[in-house]
Design a protein around this ligand. Structure first.
Ligand SMILES: Cc1cc2nc3c(=O)[nH]c(=O)nc-3n(C[C@H](O)[C@H](O)[C@H](O)COP(=O)(O)O)c2cc1C
Length: 196
């Protein structure tokens, strides 16, 4: 399979960067072709442009400024996101990637009859998330209802193939973690990727 791994973290020595490298290496080891997209190192610009917003409500979306990211999304068989949670949400740069790249005519098309969104990424058969929170799961649920999980696994995931294999691997409570609990999560991610 051709699988894109999308990573967002400013520090190349962070835990999430180690997770990203683990996913990329594991997929390559299993014979997959991998597009390793490291948004910070690539200097991705997250702000939706005037042209993008003007054309957003139509299937003729002007995504020219992010054409290489759109081309990748249109051709991959699988996609895995790897990022930490900030203020109970994905980092702004990753949100900008979704806003700009998962646009009309790309991730979905507007149905001309009634204007609802029709998923357009039926070629994506694998959808995965590898992520972390500083807080324990109970705190994440209490403060934010674990809303980002829903946004990823119901929002973005639903643009992909109906029968896409999906997974959401999360390490809650990182602020109270130990080298052992972090290593155990890395191994859990490794084991999951080894089965893909
Ligand atoms: C700007 C910022 C905001 C954060 N907001 C939250 C938050 O709302 N909830 C939470 O559980 N952790 C929050 N954290 C903690 C991170 O999620 C946690 O430290 C991270 O998952 C660890 O991954 P890393 O070592 O790869 O950075 C925040 C961290 C930063 C830097």
């Amino acid at each position: 399979m051709l699988i894109q791994v999308i990573h967002c973290h400013p520090l190349a020595d962070s835990f999430n960067h180690a997770l990203f490298r683990t996913v990329v290496k594991g997929l390559a080891r299993n014979g997959h072709d991998v597009i390793a997209t490291d948004l910070y190192r690539e200097g991705f610009q997250p702000a939706l442009t005037v042209a993008e917003r003007r054309s957003y409500m139509d299937n003729d979306y002007d995504g020219g400024d992010v054409a290489s990211y759109i081309d990748a999304l249109k051709k991959v068989d699988g996609i895995v996101f790897c990022f930490p949670h900030w203020w109970f949400a994905m980092p702004a740069m990753l949100k900008g990637y979704v806003d700009r790249v998962w646009g009309p005519g790309v991730a979905f098309v507007y149905d001309r009859e009634d204007g609802h969104l029709v998923p357009n990424l039926g070629h994506i058969k694998l959808f995965g998330v590898v992520t972390s929170y500083g807080s324990p799961q109970g705190v994440v649920r209490l403060f934010a209802g674990d809303a980002d999980r829903t946004a990823m696994m119901r929002g973005l995931r639903s643009m992909c193939a109906r029968d896409a294999h999906s997974f959401y691997l999360v390490l809650y409570g990182m602020d109270g973690s130990t080298p052992q609990t972090r290593q155990a999560f890395l191994e859990k991610v490794q084991a999951k990727v080894a089965k893909i």
